[in-house]
Design a protein around this ligand. Structure first.
Ligand SMILES: [Zn+2]
Length: 364
């Protein structure tokens, strides 16, 4: 989760639509095309990585031509794929990871290759037009989705760039949407949020949500049959219950450190990878909500947040007993989850990343 916090004036979202209505002949052509794009992009990644070229500019023409000639594609397409390869290399290099392997069959295409136009006929909402310039020439009918319509109703506008992809045997198109980013709020509360599988999302301002969603997820995670899509919709519904209007800063636990710090964070019977994925997904969704509401979103170190008493600023392992927090020093009591959420808000107010740094700074 190392994302550069560039304060772009524009917020971006993507909305995926599976093209279930594409006829199999056209779908096969597009699949072949995506496979080729994948191979070309990986070829460029290998080249740039070997040269340690992590710059942001376009691929140089000599390299673009090399790819073009090797794969027999157009210069324009080679240029677009070289650019994507450069972005992939730059992101991986910035994150300090190894040479990227392109795993997804997804290609981002600008409007001179492909457009998504509003369809004027009756049966479909959009027409996905692959124009040429190295892209197979064809038109695919597209049905809109609730997700896309919701974003458009909420004032998002479609960007000219479209992403085309293939996943588990299904072709999809991804609309990229943009909206002006609201200014950060200057008034409101600093709120902390603690999540666990027992009580869902618990906010220090008293709001709770998602307990039934987490119950459901826990129930079916064992069987691994349910899709991530189902979990996404459960989390989405839970987030819709939250009132963000009075919040100025929202603090949650930093995923990097959410491990064995707290009991109840990851139940033993739940797949660990799924737990991480779920937390990551939840944090990303919350970050998006905050962005849309002009709320500052901060990640905090969860160290001792379940054992710390913010009134007397002491902690004790024995302060927490199941769902109850009872300070052994000053006698303050609270629900354990609210106490943790309050402590995250406390870190937000103190402007500290974790209790450890607060301890070092103030001798707590
Ligand atoms: Zn206390």
């Amino acid at each position: 989760m190392k994302k550069a916090h560039t304060k772009s004036p524009v917020m971006r979202r993507a909305s995926r639509i599976f093209l279930n209505d594409a006829n199999s002949g056209k779908a096969a052509i597009v699949q072949d095309f995506l496979h080729q794009c994948h191979d070309v992009t990986q070829y460029f990644v290998d080249l740039f990585w070997q040269r340690e070229d992590f710059t942001a500019d376009l691929g140089d023409l000599a390299t673009v031509h090399r790819g073009r000639d090797r794969f027999g594609i157009t210069t324009r397409l080679a240029q677009a794929l070289a650019k994507q390869a450069k972005e992939v290399c730059r992101a991986a290099h910035a994150n300090g990871t190894r040479k990227p392997r392109i795993r997804r069959w997804t290609t981002t295409l600008y409007s001179h290759f492909m457009t998504l136009e509003v369809f004027t006929g009756e049966h479909f909402d959009y027409a996905l037009r692959l124009i040429g310039s190295g892209v197979p020439r064809l038109v695919l009918p597209v049905h809109s989705t609730k997700h896309l319509n919701g974003l458009l109703d909420a004032g998002w506008t479609r960007a000219k760039t479209v992403r085309l992809g293939w996943r588990k045997g299904r072709l999809f198109v991804e609309c990229l949407l943009e909206k002006a980013r609201p200014a950060l709020k200057t008034a409101g509360e600093v709120v902390g949020m603690d999540s666990n599988y027992k009580h869902g999302l618990v906010f220090s301002d008293g709001q709770t949500t998602g307990d039934t969603a987490y119950d459901t997820i826990q129930g079916f995670a064992k069987r691994q049959k349910h899709t991530h899509a189902h979990i996404k919709s459960l989390v989405g519904q839970a987030l819709k219950q939250i009132d963000f209007t009075h919040i100025r800063v929202l603090c949650i636990e930093d995923l990097k450190h959410v491990k064995a710090f707290k009991r109840g964070t990851f139940p033993r019977r739940l797949n660990r990878r799924l737990s991480h994925w779920l937390y990551n997904f939840l944090a990303e969704k919350l970050a998006n909500c905050c962005q849309e509401h002009g709320i500052r979103f901060e990640r905090k170190h969860p160290w001792k947040t379940s054992q710390f008493c913010r009134f007397c600023q002491k902690w004790d392992r024995r302060n927490r007993r199941g769902d109850l927090f009872a300070c052994r020093t000053c006698g303050h009591t609270d629900h354990a989850d609210f106490n943790a959420a309050h402590n995250l808000a406390f870190l937000g107010l103190a402007g500290a990343y974790g209790l450890r740094s607060l301890q070092n700074a103030h001798g707590v």
